[in-house]
Design a protein. Structure first.
Length: 331
């Protein structure tokens, strides 16, 4: 199922094209950039994403330790830390701040309307009232989208293809931080009706809520699990994956690192590519551009990942169509 691009992509044209590094001759004045991340500092996925950011910056001539200094904060899926670190980074008065999730960008916007904020992978920044529009964001925020709303239909279709008997799908999201209903709800409900499945909300605040919710859901047969983007879910990644296998729930996730950790399958934007992509905004803003005049860009690459070992543990045969379409297969 091919994702349908929005019309606004045409507005940005070649805006994301990488210039040659030789054209980006920078002065050696060190520019300060705050980076607010959703995961933990020692998480390999977080470090891989930051590696993508550094790689992207280097293509524009910005080198960490030479002409830019990155000040990192890792919220680890903790709502209180999000607020604390947002205040800390704004207090340092950097030249711009990078925010890696909707909740992070919202917290930063509460703290400043002056410091430019570049977000990475938001689902609906207009609906979240962070920007005025995709083509012309206005204010002090701009950045990249994570997925289009229609991707929810892709997730459900993958579950149904992997487990045709699926009748119910639990949507796992945090009771306060989750935004699936607002961002993906209409598209998900439409796809669910077409596929003949019922969507149920499995909300949580603590790890024990996840355990109880999935155990109760799994008591009835023909259930499956959808774990959408959610910084709180990320903090419980290993637990969620283990519970899905324990309760024999086919599960689809929104990024490949979940599958690398033992999840069944995923489909979503290439996160490392997204971090490279956002370097375009950093470069433009450091050179004097206003974030409110830089159009929001869509993802440049989507990828599907499958875990054959997990499929075997769940007693599921891998559909040939998904196997052929997969960008990465973990054996």
């Amino acid at each position: 199922m091919e994702m349908k691009r929005r019309e606004f992509i045409t507005l940005v044209g070649g805006a994301a094209a990488w210039p040659l590094a030789a054209r980006a001759q920078q002065s050696e004045r060190v520019r300060r950039i705050g980076v607010l991340m959703s995961g933990t500092e020692n998480d390999r996925e977080m470090q891989a994403r930051l590696g993508g950011l550094r790689q992207g910056l280097s293509r524009f001539g910005w080198q960490e330790g030479r002409n830019v200094r990155l000040e990192y904060r890792f919220a680890a899926g903790n709502a209180e830390l999000v607020q604390t670190y947002a205040k800390e980074l704004v207090a340092q008065n950097p030249e711009l701040i990078i925010a890696a999730a909707t909740q992070l960008a919202a917290a930063l916007k509460q703290e400043t309307r002056d410091i430019p904020i570049v977000f990475i992978g938001l689902v609906d920044p207009v609906g979240a009232r962070l920007i005025d529009g995709l083509a012309r964001p206005g204010g002090n925020l701009t950045g990249t989208l994570l997925n289009e709303e229609a991707i929810a239909g892709k997730w459900l279709a993958m579950l149904k293809e992997f487990a045709p008997a699926t009748e119910r799908v639990a949507i796992l999201q945090h009771s306060k931080l989750g935004f699936f209903d607002a961002s993906y709800g209409p598209a998900a409900q439409s796809a669910a009706r077409a596929l003949g499945v019922t969507l149920l909300s499995a909300r949580f605040a603590e790890a024990t809520d996840i355990e109880q919710s999935l155990a109760a859901f799994a008591q009835r047969p023909n259930g499956a699990l959808l774990v959408p983007p959610d910084i709180a879910a990320l903090a419980h990644r290993d637990l969620i994956i283990a519970l899905a296998v324990k309760h024999r729930l086919p599960a689809v996730y929104q990024a490949g690192f979940w599958v690398a950790a033992g999840g069944l399958m995923s489909y979503g934007a290439d996160r490392i590519a997204a971090y490279r992509q956002v370097a375009y905004y950093v470069d433009r803003i450091l050179r004097g551009a206003s974030p409110g005049e830089l159009p929001v860009q869509a993802p440049t690459k989507y990828e599907m990942t499958l875990n054959l070992k997990t499929a075997k543990a769940l007693g599921l045969a891998v559909p040939p169509g998904l196997l052929v379409a997969a960008d990465e297969v973990i054996e």
